[in-house]
Write a protein that binds this ligand. Structure first.
Ligand code: NAI
Length: 299
C-alpha cells in the first residue's frame, strides 16, 4: 500500500469553496491535514449578489470533521485580502486553488461589455490577483502549489460562452508562464479543466445526466497537484467522473514555402494541415526551432 499523501503543516486557499467543486477540494485537503482558507463571495450562479453563509457552512463542515479552517468572504478580485486572511490566521500560504467563478451565457452577438468584464474579473483577474498577492511569499519560502481552473469551453469553444471561454483558456496561459517563472523556487502551477455536477452545470444539463459526475471525483487530482510529491508543472488536465487525462499541443510537420505568394499557401495547404508526422512542442525554444535559422537573417 502506498503511504497516505498528507498536507500536515500546509496552508491552502481554495477560492469559491462555498459549494460545488471548491467545497469538495477544501473538504478533501482539510481531511488530509491542510489548514484551509475557505473563500467564497456567495454569489448566484450568474455572479450576482453576495452571501457570507456559503463559506461559513463549509468551514463548519471542516471543523465538525476535526479539521481547521477559516472563512473569507472577499471577492477574488480582492486577492490580497484573501491572502492576508491566510497570513493572519495561519502565518503562511502553500497551496492556492483558483476555482471561483460563474457562467453568464450569451451569444457573442448579445454579449454586453458588462458581461465580458464581470466574467473576466472573476475568472482571469481573480486568478491573477490571488496568485500575485501570494507569489512573494511562495518565492520567499521556496515552495508553492497553484492549481488554476479552466474549462472544456476554453479548450474547445462553446456556443454562448465567448467571454467565459476566452478567460478560461487565458488562465492556462497564466499557468504556463508562472510554471516557468516559479520552477526555480519550487513553485508548481498546473491547470485543470473539470466536468462535474454543480449548480453551474445544472443550468445547462439535467441532474440525471450529471449524476455520476460528482465534484468529489475531481478533487483527488487537485489534491495530488497540490501535494509536494507532484513533479508536474505547467500542465493541463481534463478531469471528471473519476477519469483524468493530460493534454498537450500537437503541431503538424508544416511546410516551408518557396515564395511569398498567396498561391503558394494554397498549394501547400495539404502539407500545412497534415498531422501525419506531427510533433508535440513542450516549450517555447522547442516551438521556435523551425524559425531559428530565419530569426536573425536580414531578409
Ligand atoms: P459553483 O457555482 O458551484 O461554485 C462556484 C463558487 O464560486 C460559488 O460558490 C460562488 O459563490 C463562488 N464565487 C463566484 N464569484 C466569486 C468571487 N468573485 N469571489 C469568490 N467566490 C466567488 O460552480 P462549480 O461548478 O463548482 O465551478 C467551480 C469552477 O470550476 C469555476 O471556475 C467553473 O468555471 C469551473 N468549471 C466547472 C465545470 C463543471 O462541470 N462544474 C466545468 C468547467 C469549469
Amino acid at each position: 500500500m502506498m503511504e497516505e499523501l498528507r498536507f500536515d503543516g500546509r496552508i491552502a486557499i481554495v477560492t469559491g469553496a462555498g459549494g460545488g467543486l471548491g467545497r469538495a477540494h477544501a473538504l478533501l485537503l482539510a481531511s488530509r491535514g491542510a489548514r484551509l482558507v475557505v473563500n467564497d463571495l456567495g454569489t448566484s450562479h450568474t455572479g450576482n449578489g453576495a452571501d457570507a453563509s456559503a463559506a461559513e457552512r463549509v468551514v463548519d463542515e471542516i471543523r465538525a470533521a476535526g479539521g481547521e479552517a477559516v472563512a473569507s468572504h472577499d471577492s477574488v478580485v480582492d486577492g490580497d485580502r484573501i491572502v492576508q486572511c491566510a497570513l493572519d490566521a495561519f502565518g503562511r500560504v502553500d497551496i492556492i486553488v483558483n476555482n471561483a467563478g460563474f457562467l453568464r451565457d450569451a451569444s457573442f452577438y448579445k454579449l454586453t461589455d458588462a458581461d465580458w468584464n464581470d466574467l473576466y474579473q472573476v475568472h482571469l483577474l481573480g486568478a491573477f490577483r490571488v496568485t500575485h498577492a501570494a507569489w512573494p511569499f511562495l518565492r520567499e519560502q521556496q515552495y508553492g502549489r497553484v492549481i488554476n481552473t479552466a474549462s472544456a469551453s476554453g479548450l474547445y469553444g462553446n456556443f454562448g460562452q465567448s467571454a467565459y471561454a476566452a478567460c478560461k483558456l487565458a488562465v492556462h496561459g497564466l499557468t504556463q508562464t508562472l510554471a516557468i517563472e516559479g520552477a526555480a523556487k519550487n513553485i508548481h502551477v498546473n491547470t485543470i479543466a473539470p466536468v462535474a455536477d454543480s449548480r453551474m452545470t445544472r443550468t445547462v444539463s439535467g441532474a440525471a445526466a450529471l449524476a455520476k459526475l460528482r465534484p468529489e471525483l475531481v478533487s483527488p487530482l487537485v489534491a495530488f497537484l497540490a501535494h509536494e510529491a507532484t513533479t508536474e508543472n505547467g500542465a493541463l488536465f481534463e478531469v471528471g467522473g473519476g477519469w483524468i487525462g493530460k493534454l498537450r499541443w500537437e503541431r503538424s510537420e508544416g511546410a516551408q514555402l518557396g515564395s511569398h505568394a498567396i498561391e503558394d499557401v494554397a498549394q501547400s495547404w495539404g502539407r500545412i494541415v497534415d498531422f501525419g508526422r506531427s510533433t508535440h512542442p513542450r516549450a517555447i525554444d522547442e516551438a521556435l526551432a523551425p524559425f531559428a535559422g530565419q530569426m536573425f537573417s536580414q531578409r
